[in-house]
Design a protein around this ligand. Structure first.
Ligand SMILES: Cc1cc2nc3c(=O)[nH]c(=O)nc-3n(C[C@H](O)[C@H](O)[C@H](O)COP(=O)(O)O)c2cc1C
Length: 197
């Protein structure tokens, strides 16, 4: 898994299991803004990937090894993330948090956190977040979603922006493509990701 482009690169983590869902649509809109700037994007779908749960083995904390010792689809994702100028993480709210496959991805970021909790992601890298939820109140889950974002930032990734899209239920409520406010926010989130970095 690698970028073919000499241009700037952004990795997009699509943390919903549903393709062409509201989460995917908003992430694609952010990707469109990046593409329009000549930035290469690469989607990663945790639900289509084999991500073993972190075993807490601390293999990545051995002096001889700063990498996760588990060989699965994260093995190729680590260098992809490390070679990116930016990242966008998108996920729906499932029972008040991110879905299990997104949490599995988060847990496997532990190689980027030192034993003393020092951030060890190898380069300055901005990250923005897109969340979707059914509940109309965008503030309801914000504290837990901030906790998720803070966990990602423990690695050294720098939180740039986030969008919480409320009132989303594909097939029941209008899709986000019929909600220009959300589409514009997603586009702006992608457009501004790399900003001054
Ligand atoms: C298992 C499951 C749990 C969910 N839990 C919540 C929840 O706690 N709060 C909420 O507002 N929406 C919840 N939803 C609704 C989704 O967050 C919402 O429909 C979201 O837009 C789905 O993302 P998608 O467009 O990628 O399918 C849940 C949906 C599922 C399938």
């Amino acid at each position: 898994m690698s970028f073919q482009s000499p241009h700037k690169k952004v990795t997009l983590i699509m943390g919903s299991p549903r393709k062409n869902s509201n989460t995917h649509l908003l992430l694609s809109e952010a990707a469109r803004a990046l593409t329009e700037q000549g930035i290469a994007t690469r989607f990663f779908f945790p639900d289509d990937s084999h991500i073993t749960d972190c075993q807490g083995c601390h293999g990545c904390k051995q002096e001889s090894n700063t990498r996760c010792v588990i060989q699965d689809d994260m093995t190729a994702l680590y260098p992809l993330m490390e070679s990116s100028e930016g990242m966008i993480i998108a996920a729906p709210v499932y029972f008040g948090y991110v879905p299990a496959m997104t949490k599995a991805w988060l847990d496997r970021l532990v190689p980027y956190i030192g034993a003393d909790l020092r951030p060890e992601f190898p380069r300055p890298c901005p990250v923005s977040f897109i969340f979707t939820q059914n509940v109309p109140d965008p503030a309801l889950f914000e504290p837990v979603l901030r906790s998720f974002m803070d966990s990602v930032a423990m690695t050294g990734l720098v939180t740039r922006d986030f969008l919480i899209a409320p009132d989303c239920e594909m097939g029941v409520k209008p899709p986000v493509t019929e909600r220009p406010d959300l589409m514009h926010r997603a586009y702006a989130l992608g457009r501004d990701l790399l900003g001054d970095f």
